[in-house]
Design a protein around this ligand. Structure first.
Ligand code: C5P
Length: 223
């Protein structure tokens, strides 16, 4: 492929989006948060009580969902049918249901199609669960991120607190991450797994800047 694609996959709350944003900013690439897409679809399904087990209902819903990214300062601002939903999709009701919705074949098929279109000609950094294994199997750089589950829960909990979301306990965050990791790695449709050619990045004990430098060193040869 002519354009450069950096695929960042890994478990929940490993700092994928933090690294992906920093990397995209540094390189002047477009950042695409694929998880935000599954979250926005989930929000729509919750609001409209879409029956995930009814393929016709799922198809009908997908045909009525329009997602758009508005990249301001490399943050992932996403709109669902024109409505800014970036904050609402991070709340617990969506986090609790997203892995069920994202396991659906029809949902995945449509999201992958849209993601592939977004990365067709531009240089991008995309983070998610199946970017290196499915969406862009031919990505030049693939990173697979992992970190200690307790550290991940603490980081996510602090982030939620700093945003004023005090409705969720640390235990609930830990349980949600464990649940999503389990569901995401065991589902039938493109489960979360490391692509053979992905480089493992365990960030339990390294700083954000060290992660950025590491990732930059992997992209450098392709620039
Ligand atoms: O990245 P984030 O934690 O926001 O993703 C939320 C959920 O969306 C994941 O737990 C997973 O179920 C789903 N997802 C996915 N494939 C992706 C990105 C996210 O299945 N590429």
């Amino acid at each position: 492929r002519k354009n450069l694609v950096v695929a960042i996959d890994g478990y929940s709350s490993c700092g994928k989006s933090t690294l992906a944003k920093a990397l995209a900013k540094k390189l002047g690439f477009i950042y695409i948060d694929s998880g935000a897409m599954y979250r926005a679809v989930t929000l729509y399904f919750i609001r409209n009580q879409v029956n995930i087990n009814d393929p016709e209902a799922v198809k009908y819903a997908l045909a009525h969902i329009e997602l758009n990214f508005h990249s301001r300062d490399y943050q992932s601002h996403i709109t669902l049918n024109g409505e800014e939903v970036s904050e609402e999709i991070r709340l617990m009701p969506v986090s609790e249901k997203v892995s069920e919705v994202s396991a659906n074949k029809l949902v995945r098929h449509e999201m992958v199609r849209q993601q592939q279109r977004m990365g067709k000609s531009k240089n991008i950094v995309m983070d998610g669960r199946d970017i290196g294994t499915k969406v862009f199997e031919d990505a030049q750089v693939k990173l697979f991120m992992t970190a200690d589950p307790k550290i991940r829960a603490e980081r996510r909990f602090k982030e939620m607190q700093s945003k004023g979301d005090t409705s969720t306990t640390l235990e609930e965050v830990f349980e949600n991450l464990a649940h999503r990791d389990y569901a995401d790695t065991t589902r039938a449709e493109s489960p979360l797994t490391r692509a053979q050619d992905a480089i493992i990045l365990d960030n339990t004990n390294i700083t954000q800047d060290e992660q950025l430098q590491f990732a930059l060193s992997k992209v450098q040869p392709f620039l």
